[in-house]
Design a protein around this ligand. Structure first.
Ligand code: 13P
Length: 340
């Protein structure tokens, strides 16, 4: 394992003002996104859309990495440049989603475990050859009113995340470790904090047991936030404080960066929460973003599948990147939404 390279790639992804664009939607997921703007999900439309994202001018100032899906890693620009090379030439680290989705966990009704470990060593070797320098694996943790998630469900997901992370580092890829506690449900922020704490505890115990180098990985957690259906939504400061309290208790200082998922928050809320955390002062790790919907929803809305709206779509992406870059320094204000 080349530990210097792992450390340096992990640090580059979360360099000052930088974060990650998650553009790794599987084909069923991107179809849902395209359906919302009445664009057919053909291979060419998916390629074109990703090309619009990756060629937007100025995004390299605030994007340290982009996560791709298997199909996208193999696609090229109209001019024939492979996407991973295009990104690397712009100083953006190309990454790859390697999990194969969350499936029902046998014997544990209502819980899921993420699959994709079989054959992963060989897939990672190929992805590295295709230019990927980091990877992502997402575990999905649902909260219900009673006893979900179970301690066993958390452990099963943590174990899979750790096996994946160890394989990545063996292959020379920086693992992004993503235990996502879902925002769905009616639970309050306290329950989210308790479950996030249990999930992180389980994940770091397994990472340690598997010999994962903390300095050569990134953590992609949810923010600590009330469920979408909860009548009482905590304010921005409360979310920032609860999230940092939870992370400071369970995430080793050796981890170079935390890159939050947006999880269904609006683009503005995701930026405002990130900003509030960074405004609370320096933390042991970089506090950054790895947003999918919170970066792309405004792009899809501007694009609508139309060639005459490509410039507007790229502007929408640049705006979100710039505002999240400011939030990395605690310099964002909601009022900038109308002027940026
Ligand atoms: P969202 O920011 O839309 O939650 O997506 C991030 C991601 O990559 C989930 O795995």
């Amino acid at each position: 394992m080349n530990t210097d390279e792992l450390r340096s790639v992990a640090n580059a992804i979360v360099a000052r003002q930088k974060g990650v664009l998650a553009a790794d939607e599987s084909n069923p997921t991107i179809k849902k996104r395209f359906d919302s703007i009445q664009v057919e999900s053909t291979e060419e439309n998916r390629r074109r859309y990703r090309e619009i994202l990756f060629t937007a001018e100025g995004i390299e100032r605030t994007l340290g990495g982009v996560i791709l899906f298997d199909e996208t890693l193999r696609q090229r620009t109209r001019d024939g440049i492979p996407f991973p090379r295009l990104l690397a030439d712009r100083g953006i680290v190309p990454g790859i989603k390697v999990d194969q989705g969350a499936k029902a966990l046998a014997g544990h009704s209502g819980e899921k475990v993420t699959e994709g470990l079989d054959g992963l060593r060989d897939r990672l070797a190929e992805y590295r050859q295709l230019g990927a320098q980091f990877a992502k694996w997402r575990a999905v943790i649902e909260i219900d009113e009673r006893d979900i998630p179970s301690a066993f469900g958390l452990r099963a997901n943590a174990h899979a995340l750790a096996r994946y992370a160890a394989l990545c580092q063996e292959a020379g890829l920086v693992p992004i470790v993503e235990p996502e506690v879902l925002m769905d449900g009616a639970h309050g922020i306290e329950r989210c904090e308790a479950v996030t704490a249990q999930a992180l505890q389980a994940v770091f115990a397994e990472l340690d047991a598997h010999g994962v180098l903390f300095e050569g990985m990134l953590l992609k957690p949810n923010m600590v936030i009330a469920g979408k259906k909860c009548a009482h939504q905590a304010g921005v400061e409360a979310v920032a404080e609860a999230t940092l309290r939870c992370l400071r208790r369970y995430v080793p200082a050796a981890v170079p960066g935390i890159v939050f998922l947006s999880g269904g928050q609006s683009a503005e809320d995701a930026t405002e929460h990130l900003n509030a955390m960074n405004a609370l002062g320096p933390q042991p790790w970089q506090v950054s973003f790895s947003y999918g919907r919170a970066l792309q929803a405004p792009v899809l809305a501007a694009w609508q599948g139309r060639e005459d709206r490509v410039a507007a779509a790229q502007q929408a992406l640049l705006k979100r990147c710039n505002l999240n870059g400011l939030a990395r320094d605690g310099q964002y204000a909601r009022a900038m939404e109308s002027t940026a």
